[in-house]
Design a protein around this ligand. Structure first.
Ligand SMILES: [Zn+2]
Ligand SMILES: [Zn+2]
Ligand SMILES: [Zn+2]
Length: 165
C-alpha cells in the first residue's frame, strides 16, 4: 500500500501522518497507481467486467445444455418404462414374428445370412432427435432388430457395452 500526499484529489485527514493524504495502491493487472478501495484501474476494471460477463454467459450455456440433456434423459427413461411403449414394442415384435428386419433383408439377398431373433425395437428417426421424439409411438418409425444390428444402427460396434435403445 502506498500513501501519497494530495491536495486536489479526494483525501482524508490523517492526524497521525499530519495532513491530507490519499491511500493509493497498484492496479492488480497493469500496475498503475489507483485510489485505495479499488482493485483495478478503470481500464482494467472494464476488461475484468467484460471477461466476467463472458464467463457467466458461458457457464450459463453449459448449465442449460447439461440441464436439457438431463431432462431429456429423464424423459426418455420415463418413456421406455411407460406401458404405452412396452405394449407397442411387444406388438411390433410380434408383428415381425420376432425377426430382425435387417437380418431378413440381408437374408433375402444372401440366403446364407443368419436370421437372428429381434430383441429390440429401434426408432428409425432416433428418439434423441426432435422428429424421433415426436414419432416415438409412430408404428412406421419402428424397426425390430437383433442386438448386433441395433448396435450397428447406433454406430456402437464394441461388444459387451451398456446399450440404450
Ligand atoms: Zn490497470
Ligand atoms: Zn439383425
Ligand atoms: Zn435404436
Amino acid at each position: 500500500m502506498i500513501v501519497i500526499k494530495t491536495s486536489e484529489m479526494v483525501s482524508f485527514s490523517n492526524d497521525f501522518l499530519g495532513g491530507d493524504y490519499m491511500v493509493m495502491k497498484i492496479c492488480r493487472k497493469c500496475g498503475s497507481l489507483i485510489p485505495y478501495p479499488y482493485t483495478y484501474c478503470t481500464k482494467c476494471q472494464n476488461e475484468y467486467n467484460k471477461d466476467r460477463e463472458q464467463q457467466l454467459k458461458e457457464s450459463k450455456k453449459k448449465y442449460d445444455a447439461n440441464y436439457n440433456k438431463y431432462k431429456r434423459n429423464k424423459e426418455h427413461t420415463r418413456f421406455y418404462n411407460s406401458d404405452e411403449w412396452k405394449l407397442l414394442k411387444e406388438k411390433y415384435l410380434q408383428d415381425q414374428q420376432y425377426r430382425c428386419e435387417k437380418c431378413e433383408e440381408l437374408h433375402k439377398k444372401d440366403p446364407k445370412h443368419k436370421r437372428r431373433v429381434a430383441v429390440e425395437v429401434h426408432h428409425i428417426k432416433w428418439l434423441s432427435t426432435p422428429e424421433g421424439w415426436e414419432r416415438r409411438l409412430d408404428y412406421t418409425n419402428l424397426m425390430a432388430l437383433c442386438h448386433a444390428h441395433h448396435d450397428e444402427m447406433h454406430g456402437r460396434f464394441q461388444k459387451k457395452k451398456k446399450r440404450s435403445i
